[in-house]
Design a protein around this ligand. Structure first.
Ligand code: T5A
Length: 209
């Protein structure tokens, strides 16, 4: 049986995570891997309900602390019911956002100290960390323009550019401090060029296992 692999996709708004998730799933399938595609917040019934509160309760003021704890409550359920069982069965878990998003959004964006996030991370996740994280990086304005061409903005998408600039910086700082796990994809390029970068990283990673 293959070893389970935990791959996460991260990045600011409109960076192209959801678009490229399909491409990555297909690539892994061709490599003969069974893939579980999931997302955060979400991935379980509780997680999807928490997602609804977090993204769509536009009139509700949620403190940064409560926002972080709700993300981790959803994550705890997700880890117990979806992520750990799939990894134990030798599958690849491909997750649209995970804890790097908490450091970026609740840490960088909302101003919570990373040390406080780390306490909850260790408590909820134990030793579980992604094996590989693809960080889709794009300048804030360009990402927001792409995202804005779609539907009504959610609770996060209503924030100012400064909020997203801090998020981008936090992501890039984390990638610089963990270059083996977190690989930066230049998401401002054409879809074809983005796919080429993804394949280069996946080939190196999957064939290196
Ligand atoms: N959150 C999440 C936290 O605050 N803390 C946490 O701990 C977690 C887990 C989740 C929100 O929750 C927050 C972060 C988020 O605000 P989400 O829907 O998962 O929300 O995340 P979003 O970033 O809002 O998702 P988006 O759909 O906006 O971004 P994507 O998935 O990165 O972008 P995508 O693929 O939908 O692409 C956007 C548009 O660009 C086009 C696509 O066709 C699409 O129209 N596009 C391109 N166009 C040209 N060239 C390319 N290379 C393109 N790639 C994509």
């Amino acid at each position: 049986m293959s070893r389970g692999l935990f791959i996460t996709l991260e990045g600011g708004e409109g960076a192209g995570k959801s678009t490229n998730l399909v491409f990555i799933r297909q690539w892994l399938h061709r490599e003969g891997r069974e893939v579980v595609v999931t997302r955060e917040p979400g991935g379980t019934e509780l997680g999807e309900r928490a997602r609804d509160i977090l993204l769509h309760s536009k009139q509700l003021h949620i403190s940064p602390e409560s926002e972080m704890l709700l993300m981790f409550a959803a994550r705890s359920e997700h880890i117990i019911k979806v992520i750990r069982p799939a990894l134990a069965a030798g599958k690849v878990v491909l997750c649209d956002r995970f804890t790097d998003a908490t450091y970026a959004y609740q840490g960088g964006g909302r101003g919570l100290a990373p040390e406080r996030i780390a306490v909850i991370e260790n408590w909820v996740q134990g030793e579980l960390r992604p094996d590989l994280t693809l960080l889709f990086d794009i300048p804030v304005e360009a990402g927001r323009e792409r995202a804005g061409q779609r539907s009504e903005p959610d609770r996060f998408e209503r924030e100012e550019n400064d909020f997203f600039t801090r998020i981008r910086k936090t992501y890039l700082d984390r990638a610089a401090s963990e270059p083996a796990r977190m690989r930066i994809i230049d998401a401002s390029r054409s879809l074809e060029q983005v796919e080429r970068q993804i394949v280069a990283v996946l080939q190196e990673f999957v064939h290196g296992q």
